[in-house]
Design a protein around this ligand. Structure first.
Ligand code: 9MR
Length: 360
């Protein structure tokens, strides 16, 4: 049986109507009251195939790395906003939303701060945060205010990661970041972005618990956090729907009246043995699974994939591996099974919203 036959058969089995040919991921998402977007860089905009794919599929752009602190301020006090501005212009000229990613992340501090004294780091970090908020206020859909703040393996009772931010600013630094941005930018949704919350096992469970405690303390102290970002860098062997602890966690986040967003989705297919169609099916199954799970258990507002086409993915940088095939489009920009799974996952969310009368 050909892979096309296989797909047709699994569609029939799932009793799902065919997608209209005019559907894009952005339009499928919009029908469900969600946004769909992708991470991108200036180099992607210079590539004809990638640029066309972003224009065709996306309702939002996240800068993959050009808006991070090390890229913005490579030398002390010399800020370079050009790359971010160009991405923002691209997004806005195509009616797309733009995400702020990410002012405070321990892995993107500029080199010139390596070994800095705490007071110098604190001053520079605050100045960077304020500069970003001021420049982009009113133009950002949602800020990943702080990225990957939690790491229980670092051994602190509050679960916070031992980072330069923590050392310089103290454990209140997360609340401070939210407060600072909110004062300057009154329209953006403020997101706590975190990795690995979707995984199985005790380390992920410890992280989920720590994130819940952090969110509770932020909400309890009136910090303007509106949303939890789930990065969702998954592998084709992950099955978030089968992870009861993850589902419960999403319920607890929802009970705090917080939204959730899938902020960096990709599904690494390199673990799958089989031909291309088998890999693509396995990757697609995880796309469907994670979107449906998060939409069912959480107040999902959108999905961003970490790139749009397999031509450009951070997963490609890993050496000596099989092709990851982790994004919705193949390297030539053609839609894969994961594209269909994602479009349908979003559409399922639309139907559920309509059935329950909530409108989405
Ligand atoms: O994909 C991004 C890669 O191109 C950059 O070199 C790297 C460092 O800036 O960041 C990658 O994106 C990361 C994201 O910002 C935060 N979550 C993990 C992502 C993959 O490492």
């Amino acid at each position: 049986m050909s892979s096309a036959d296989n797909l047709a058969r699994s569609d029939r089995l799932r009793k799902r109507p065919p997608l209209a040919p005019s559907t894009s991921l952005a339009s499928a998402a919009a029908q469900a009251g969600l946004i769909y977007g992708a991470a991108a860089s200036n180099a992607d905009l210079q590539d004809e195939v990638l640029r066309a794919a972003l224009v065709r599929e996306c309702g939002a752009i996240t800068p993959e790395f050009e808006m991070k602190w090390d890229a913005i301020e490579p030398a002390q006090g010399e800020r370079r906003f050009g790359a971010t501005d160009r991405l923002l212009d691209f997004a806005w000229s195509h009616g797309m939303a733009f995400r702020g990613h990410t002012p405070w992340w321990h892995l993107s501090t500029p080199r010139w701060l390596d070994g800095a004294e705490a007071k110098d780091f604190a001053k520079a970090a605050r100045s960077h945060l304020i500069a970003m908020a001021e420049r982009y206020a009113g133009r950002i859909h949602s800020w990943d205010v702080v990225n990957e703040a939690v790491e229980p393996a670092d051994g602190r009772s509050d679960g916070l990661r031992r980072s330069a931010f923590l050392a310089a600013l103290g454990p209140g630094y997360v609340a401070e970041a939210f407060g600072t941005i909110a004062e300057i930018d009154q329209t953006a949704l403020l997101v706590l972005n975190e990795m690995g919350l979707e995984y199985e096992g005790p380390a992920a469970q410890a992280k989920r618990r720590s994130v819940l405690r952090l969110l509770e303390s932020l909400v309890g102290s009136g910090a303007p956090v509106g949303c939890l970002g789930l990065q969702c860098h998954l592998s084709a062997s992950d099955r978030p729907s089968a992870n009861a602890e993850f589902r419960e966690f999403l319920g607890e986040v929802r009970a705090m009246a917080l939204k959730v967003m899938i902020t960096e989705l990709d599904v690494d297919g390199a673990v799958v043995r089989g031909d291309r169609a088998v890999v693509d099916r396995a990757v697609a199954d995880v796309y469907a699974d994670v979107v449906e799970t998060v939409a069912a258990e959480g107040d999902l507002i959108g999905v961003v994939t970490w790139g749009v086409s397999d031509a450009k993915s951070w997963l490609n940088d890993r050496e000596n591996r099989r092709a990851p095939r982790g994004l919705p489009l193949d390297a030539s920009g053609r839609r894969k099974a994961s594209w269909r799974a994602l479009a349908r996952g979003l559409a399922t969310r639309a139907r559920r919203g309509a059935d329950s009368g909530s409108g989405g």
